[in-house]
Design a protein around this ligand. Structure first.
Ligand code: ZN
Length: 433
């Protein structure tokens, strides 16, 4: 409706102009040399109008002809950009679908059409990774890393490659570069913590650990690796305070206290750890300086007095009494341990030892000893360091499981492993960094 009105209005204006033009009075005369031109005013006005329109069209045409190459270039660029965008979309789809060939082809096409932009370089790198062409991926990541606007993306890709190839020095160097480019990135912090663990750089691993990390294990390892005694003592104390139930942490702290002449504080730390979670290594540490066998019995009683009914306390007292020749005491404690439900090999072996010491030269004693040994053969295994993540057992404690590299996963146990919170979980490969 509006357009109809507009046409009517314009038509009216043109009609009015034509009417006004036709109504112009008089004539126009022009002398050019010997030539005289004379025409009615409306004819001259119409001629001038036509001349203006003609000149205008001529200048517009000339302008368009001059700009023609530029216009053609702009159109070609628009077409290229549109095709490049389509190639990018196809690359993303191929990456998501795991189509290696298509991803590489489309990524290469998008790069050819759009040039080396952060987007095309990243896609080319990811397509290379998907196709197992690490050299291609590395080249694209390095080009990205050299750009100011996308250096972090490139460094992140290179870092991930270094981790995959277990090239830890290279990975650590790349992590430092990435940190300089983008300080405080959460992902980078996590990766640096992981690298520090793999490189055995425990102080760094502890400094980078998040709130859920098993810090006692990291601090214990950091204390063991620390050459400065004062700093090692601080780290060991931190470990012990963080988790008093972790025997290696208590031992790390107590051994440094003992080394600096603070024997009473060392034993207090061990007694505290025993009260929380008794473990054989704690007793070995506490009783190590005592050589007299009866004095060792007294030391064992002192150690276990805060947790006397624990099976581990009874086993320690039974063993120490046996070593001191107190077979009656040894039997009493061993039987007490058995009544708490303990059915481990070491208990039956100790009972066999007691039977041999008390009645080894009698038939009844030999029978009792054989009976205890029979029980030992079918008893539960003795406690060991066991990984709560992969369930493998280890002779010694380690800050990370030597098999699955999970941090703080080793637990002193005989039973089925319990999954504990850890900072270590190898990342699953992601499509894009
Ligand atoms: Zn493990």
């Amino acid at each position: 409706m509006r357009r109809v009105l507009l046409v009517l209005v314009i038509g009216g204006i043109v009609l009015a102009l034509a009417w006004a033009l036709a109504g112009l009075p008089g004539r126009v005369t022009a002398d050019v040399g010997d030539f005289t031109f004379e025409a009615a005013t409306p004819v001259v006005a119409l001629g001038l109008l036509l001349l203006f329109v003609l000149l205008y069209a001529l200048f517009r045409g000339l302008g368009a002809a001059v700009r023609l190459p530029e216009t053609l270039r702009a159109r070609a660029a628009t077409r290229r950009r549109r095709s490049g965008d389509i190639a990018i979309t196809r690359t993303l789809l191929a990456l998501a679908a795991g189509e290696k060939g298509d991803a590489r082809r489309e990524a290469s096409r998008s790069r050819r059409l759009l040039g080396d932009t952060p987007q095309t370089l990243l896609l080319a790198a990811e397509a290379g990774r998907l196709a197992g062409r690490d050299d291609e991926a590395e080249t694209a990541f390095r080009t990205l890393a050299a750009r100011k606007d996308a250096a972090f993306l490139g460094l992140r890709g290179l870092l991930r490659q270094a981790i995959e190839h277990e090239n830890w020095p290279e990975a650590a160097a790349l992590a430092r570069q990435a940190e300089a480019v983008q300080p405080g990135a959460a992902w980078l912090r996590h990766e640096r913590a992981r690298l520090a663990v793999r490189a055995g750089d425990w102080s760094d691993a502890l400094a980078l650990a998040d709130a859920d990390a098993p810090k006692a294990a990291l601090a214990t390892a950091a204390a063991d690796a620390e050459p400065d005694p004062a700093r090692a003592l601080r780290l060991a104390k931190q470990a012990w305070q963080d988790d008093p139930s972790l025997a290696p942490a208590a031992l790390a702290y107590a051994s440094r206290l003992r080394a600096s002449g603070k024997e009473n504080r060392a034993l207090a730390a061990i007694r505290h750890a025993w009260a929380v979670a008794p473990q054989a290594d704690l007793a070995e540490f506490a009783l190590a300086p005592v050589t007299d066998k009866l004095a060792r019995m007294t030391a064992a009683q002192r150690l276990t007095e805060a947790n006397p009914d624990h099976a581990e306390s009874r086993m320690l007292l039974a063993r120490t009494a046996m070593d001191a020749g107190l077979t009656g005491e040894a039997r009493r404690y061993a039987e007490a341990a058995r009544t708490t439900g303990l059915n481990q090999r070491r208990l039956w072996l100790l009972l066999a030892e007691i039977e041999e010491a008390e009645g080894g030269d009698t038939e009844a004693g030999r029978l009792a000893q054989r009976d205890a040994l029979r029980h030992a053969a079918t008893a539960d295994p003795d406690p060991q360091w066991r990984c709560t993540a992969c369930h493998t057992t280890h002779i010694d404690w380690h800050p990370t499981c030597p098999d699955c590299f999970t941090v703080g996963s080793l637990s002193w146990t005989t039973g089925p492993a319990v999954v504990a919170p850890t900072i270590q979980a190898l990342p699953t490969a992601t499509l894009l960094p």
